[in-house]
Design a protein around this ligand. Structure first.
Ligand SMILES: [Zn+2]
Length: 235
């Protein structure tokens, strides 16, 4: 069986945790793109089959550029398209694969050696409202200390490619701005995580726009979305 084309993140493998972002070659995973829904659904089915040995549960969320973080537990099988609006989720036990759709926004992968994992979608709104801080605080409530976590910031638009209005710059940096300028969302997210006490942070060298031949980019005009996935193997 052909694997879904992806950029693999090796950081958490020693903990039995797999993480990756699909590439353009895998096709779009967005059900609201211009492609036939049957083809998109076929990609989700292929992904489920590929993950089956590691996880019987796959969850996607209804993303709205907010800061809500859902928590999932087991006791079911299949692909859950969570109806609640949220931009982050936590798998409180092994065997639950988390997915978020992205195309310039940052996929934030968080893992703990116990096998508890989290995955966030952080664009400028989510970054400005600090969804990463929310998620780390939620994990701390589960008894997971920030300094035990490992974080990876996946393929996203880079600081050189991402120009935003003065207003957005102010919201993101907290500094007065009078003209448009460039911001690096992944640097800001890494700062937020560091402030919370996370020490192990890695960043993908891929930019969705610079590497537009490999990834979908909203700014480059793509309607398609790749997905980020994280899963701790477990029945
Ligand atoms: Zn770039």
């Amino acid at each position: 069986m052909d694997a879904v084309p992806k950029e693999i993140i090796p950081d958490f493998e020693s903990w039995g945790i797999s993480a990756f972002t699909t590439t353009r070659e895998a096709g779009t995973f967005s059900l609201s793109s211009t492609e036939p829904v049957s083809e998109v659904m076929g990609r989700w089915s292929s992904l489920q089959r590929e993950l089956w040995e590691r996880a019987r549960r796959l969850v996607s969320i209804r993303q709205v550029h907010g800061t809500r973080v859902l928590v999932h537990t087991g006791g079911w099988e299949g692909w859950l398209r969570a109806g609640e609006e949220a931009d982050g989720h936590i798998a409180a036990e092994k065997g639950i694969a988390l997915a978020v759709g992205i195309a310039d926004c940052v996929p934030v992968f968080i893992a703990h050696p116990s096998g508890i994992v989290a995955l966030l979608h952080s664009g400028w709104r989510g970054t400005g409202a600090r969804i990463t801080t929310e998620a780390i605080a939620a994990l701390a409530r589960y008894g997971l200390a920030p300094d035990e976590l490992a974080m990876h910031l996946g393929p996203a638009i880079c600081g050189r490619c991402y120009e935003v209005s003065a207003d957005v710059r102010e919201q993101l940096t907290g500094q007065p701005a009078t003209r448009p300028g460039n911001v690096d969302l992944r640097s800001l997210i890494a700062e937020h995580a560091t402030e919370m006490g996370v020490q192990k942070i890695t960043v993908s060298s891929s930019c969705t726009r610079c590497d537009n031949d490999r990834f979908f980019s909203h700014r480059a005009g793509d309607a398609g979305r790749q997905i980020a996935v994280i899963v701790a193997a477990g029945a």
